[in-house]
Ligand binder design. Structure first.
Ligand SMILES: C[S@@+](CC[C@H](N)C(=O)[O-])C[C@H]1O[C@@H](n2cnc3c(N)ncnc32)[C@H](O)[C@@H]1O
Length: 286
């Protein structure tokens, strides 16, 4: 008589075979899925990128001409921006998050082209006091949006007087700078500067390195006012040269210690929220 074991069929190899085919099936499914995802991505980049180039069935984005020109410009220039590598990181981090955005910069320098490139597809506007210098910079950057403006209200030597003026009630009121009664509010910028909601503002001008030259007091105050006057959201405001008395004192006073975020070397970063609408009751400095 045969034992029970001898009669029973061994299913083990069959089960292993089934698992093997299932594995092959899943592998194929995975490759079909990822290739259709790739095709979708390529189709998307085809739609959104212009100019583009094709190689066979694949599509690649081309480097925009403005970026290409910028790279060549910096690669062949015998100067570098004044801000150090570490100082630049602080703004770069914010632009990585917010760009493309509305970026307003007080002061034109060797860094201007870099800021425009980093805010690719955004709007970058420069305000410059020195007409000749502005024309010089524009030669390398024909598409740049820059305006000549005068900061002739207070010199660096009048900074203490300006600080006292900033304590008056008129200077605590949040409004469009053109309507402000505060003497620190700059009113002579082109209208588009006031009509735009700026996401990022960099105060790196006017020069302000001598007592008889215009200082950055009004630029800092006005940057803070425009940030508070946004309908909603936040503005990242940067002030460079905070090793100087004016930049240090005015940024902490009018952009507020409570809105301070970070500083590295000579640059300081504030994040200023809207003080309008439901936030109208916010004190000028919390
Ligand atoms: C402190 S600088 C800003 C420099 C900028 N961060 C850079 O990296 O080049 C601000 C002001 O200095 C003046 N300035 C800067 N470089 C200049 C140059 N090469 N020639 C004339 N004026 C210049 C401009 O009036 C500008 O608004």
């Amino acid at each position: 008589m045969r034992s029970k074991q001898q009669h029973s069929v061994n299913f083990k190899p069959l089960i292993y075979l089934c698992f093997f085919f299932l594995f092959l099936f899943l592998l194929k499914l995975g490759s079909i899925f990822s290739s259709s995802k790739m095709q979708n991505l390529q189709r998307k980049s085809f739609k959104s990128s212009y100019p583009f180039s094709t190689s066979g069935s694949e599509t690649y984005e081309k480097l925009p001409q403005s970026l290409a020109e910028g790279i060549v410009h910096y690669a062949t220039a015998n100067f570098t921006p004044q801000q150090t590598f570490k100082e630049l990181q602080i703004t770069l981090k914010v632009l990585e998050r917010r760009s493309p955005c509305n970026f307003l910069i007080f002061g034109l320098g060797n860094d201007s082209l870099m800021w425009s490139m980093l805010n690719h597809n955004g709007r970058t506007v420069f305000l410059e006091e020195n007409q000749k210098w502005m024309e010089e910079v524009k030669k390398h950057m024909t598409s740049m949006e820059a305006y000549q403006v005068d900061f002739d209200t207070y010199t660096v030597g009048q900074a203490v007087e300006a600080l006292h003026i900033g304590q008056e009630n008129d200077c605590k009121e949040v409004t469009d700078p053109r309507l402000s009664k505060c003497k620190l509010a700059i009113k002579n910028f082109p209208d588009e500067v006031y009509n735009t909601e700026w996401d990022v503002i960099m105060v790196d001008g006017p020069t302000g390195f001598r007592p008889d030259l215009p200082g950055r007091m009004t630029a800092i105050y006005t940057a803070g006012l425009m940030a508070r006057n946004r309908k909603n959201g936040e503005t990242d405001v940067f002030v460079h040269d905070i090793d100087r008395w004016v930049e240090n004192k005015f940024s902490m006073t009018f952009l507020c210690e409570a809105y301070w975020r970070e500083e590295i070397g000579k640059i300081r970063h504030f994040t200023i929220p809207s003080h309008r609408g439901v936030w109208l009751q916010r004190p000028f400095c919390p």
